[in-house]
Write a protein that binds this ligand. Sequence first.
Ligand SMILES: [Fe+2]
Length: 301
Amino acid sequence: MNGVLGYGMTVPSLEVADGFFRSFGLTPQEGPRTLGFGCEGAEQEQVTLVEARHKKVAHISFGVDEGRLVEFGTRLEAHGVKLHDAPKPLEGPGLWFRDPDGLWVNLREGRPDPGVPMPESDMNVGSSRPRIDRAAWQHVPSRTRPHRLGHVLLYVSDLAAAERFYGEVLGFRLSDRTGRILSFWHARPGDHHVFGFVQSTHPGLHHSSWEVPSLDALMIGKQHMDEQGHPGWGLGRHGLGSNLFTYVPDPWGSWIEYFIDIDQISDAWEPRDLECPAAMWAPRMPQSFVVNTESTEGMEL
Ligand SMILES: [Fe+2]
């Protein structure tokens, strides 16, 4: 398992979605019946939008190593998971099946798009003084363009069932967990989490999270979204994962995050189950941050 390639949502208006994701800094990649977005220069479509009555998470797509799809297919069928064709109008290669909450899951060969190379950090903080004779204010970006899709967090109706499915069947590895409320998962050494679950009454998208090149980019993105009428939550530093964040509410009640400085973990990482605040410091969390607004009706795909 190589991590998250992208995800899909149904939305009541592709026009509204188009404006929102453009403002967030993603690049449109239009398909015939869907609207796609990705990071500038990304080869993969990282968000796929389909017009439907309700906003609802529609699918999630993971990458596996070349030549391993047959093995995953066999493993899924051994666990009683039925394989399907891609649900219309989604399309794409690989295996398609549903998770315990009915969400479409797609496994395809590939790795998450690494994004265009980012500059080395040149912040004069701590004992590091890399920026000499270079005025930082003259290099602040005017707009924020996320560099890579970092992680996706889902609301699930049964955390234990989701953990069994994505851990035991698909091979994600637990990073950390907070009781029976929240768990974070990784696929390989790298980001502390690329995927995670929040216990809820029903499935939904909690947030997707996008890495940006610098603290300036993080705050320029927040400022731009504030000015566009989407004030959110942040700046703050998370507990589990430790990333610096700013969150923007999307027009349908989920969230989308700019992040930098997430913990990196290796094969030696030992998962823990511990109480940890959502943020070590931040403005007060909006109550809506933990409200699952997605429809409880069945999936429309
Ligand atoms: Fe996040």
